[in-house]
Design a protein around this ligand. Structure first.
Ligand SMILES: NC(=O)c1ccc[n+]([C@@H]2O[C@H](COP(=O)([O-])OP(=O)(O)OC[C@H]3O[C@@H](n4cnc5c(N)ncnc54)[C@H](OP(=O)(O)O)[C@@H]3O)[C@@H](O)[C@H]2O)c1
Length: 320
């Protein structure tokens, strides 16, 4: 079968389409014929060698996908830790979900990581139950994969949303999804912007995936009892956090890692129960920014690494 292989640690140039042996399913796995794969920042970090828990190269890349389960032909979307960017995958059976009616393979491949992560961010923020007055959330990288999913879910939860991006153009497109306040961080300091936009009160939660100084800055954006949900470090820098920022507001910082949470069947089941209701009602639509054939995988990684994507970057693995 054809597969995208991380040949050695490095940038997009280390990705190669190679012929690889077909996988065999062991207990708890199901064989899936893959049609499309969703590219995540984690894939970019895995190739560079910065992602915990993944084996050393050579390694088949890819952690989310859409395709057909071989045993019954059911169209499924799923989540794994690697090996998804291949024509066939032995996938963890509990992490396969039916593709919503009418969705393309690209949409299915763009769903699991972004929507489960965004859902769990609201869960960690204690904001899954709609409240009055509307809670405020600051979403970093709001125009990205997780960001656009968080906007769609936030709209359903009645949240007042603030979001950061490097580009006015991207912000205008997320506004169409329901973002209330776009902040171009290249032009304005987001901490100042949040202070101004909330009349000095701050937000109830920040979804923080930047790392470095941004954990402190995000904590300074909180109002009383607010929560920073930390779930990434796109800057490549280790988060710094001064706990004194939390004392005065009774605020807290929560970690979120889908790799870890995905092993918890009950939690994933509860999340899917709600997400599948929203998808069947037509409320959630993965935002596909770019689709690349697997031979152009290096271009896809480059686009994501340079932060030039809007929404999800998807790889077409096979045509059916
Ligand atoms: N913990 C988890 O379980 C989990 C799950 C999924 C994703 N994540 C994390 O969430 C973040 C977003 O992931 P994603 O796959 O949805 O990617 P993405 O948001 O589609 O792409 C990353 C975006 O981050 C923004 N960004 C800001 N500063 C950046 C920097 N220094 N370098 C690169 N990008 C920067 C860019 O948008 P602008 O130009 O608009 O700022 C870029 O488009 C990543 O950090 C990822 O590791 C964590």
């Amino acid at each position: 079968m054809k597969a995208i292989v991380i040949s050695r640690l490095g940038g997009p140039e280390v990705l190669e389409v190679r012929d690889m042996p077909e996988p065999a399913a062991t207990a708890g796995q199901a064989l899936v014929r893959i049609e499309a794969g969703g590219l995540n920042f984690a894939d970019f970090m895995t190739a560079k060698g910065g992602y915990p828990g993944t084996p050393k190269p050579p390694l088949i890349a890819g952690r989310e996908f859409c395709g057909a389960r071989e045993t019954d032909g059911q169209r499924v979307m799923g989540y794994t830790q690697w090996a998804a960017f291949a024509e066939r995958l032995a996938a963890p059976a509990p992490l396969l979900w039916p593709v919503p009616q009418g969705w393309s393979a690209e949409e299915g491949a763009a769903f699991p990581v972004n929507y489960f992560t965004a859902y769990f961010a609201y869960w960690k923020a204690g904001l899954l139950t709609p409240a009055k007055p509307a809670p405020r959330v600051l979403i970093h990288a709001v125009a990205g994969g997780v960001g656009t999913a968080a906007v769609q879910i936030g709209k359903l939860l009645g949240v007042e949303m603030y979001g950061t991006s490097s580009s006015d153009d991207k912000l205008a497109r997320v506004a169409e999804l329901g973002l209330h306040h776009g902040i171009n961080y290249k032009q304005h300091d987001y901490e100042d912007a949040i202070r101004d936009l909330t009349h000095g009160e701050g937000v109830d939660a920040v979804f923080e995936m930047l790392g470095g100084e941004h954990t402190n800055k995000s904590a300074r954006c909180l109002r009383d009892f607010g929560r920073v949900i930390v779930y990434g470090s796109a800057t490549g820098e280790k988060s710094t956090l001064d706990p004194r920022l939390l004392y005065a507001k009774g605020a807290s910082v929560h970690g979120l890692w889908l790799t870890y949470l995905s092993a918890n069947r009950e939690l994933m089941g509860d999340a899917w129960k709600q997400l599948s209701i929203w998808t069947s009602q037509g409320h959630l639509h993965p935002v596909i920014g770019n689709v690349f054939p697997m031979e152009k995988v290096a271009d896809a990684y480059r686009l994501l690494g340079e932060g030039k994507n809007f929404g999800k970057v998807v790889l077409k693995i096979a045509t059916t």
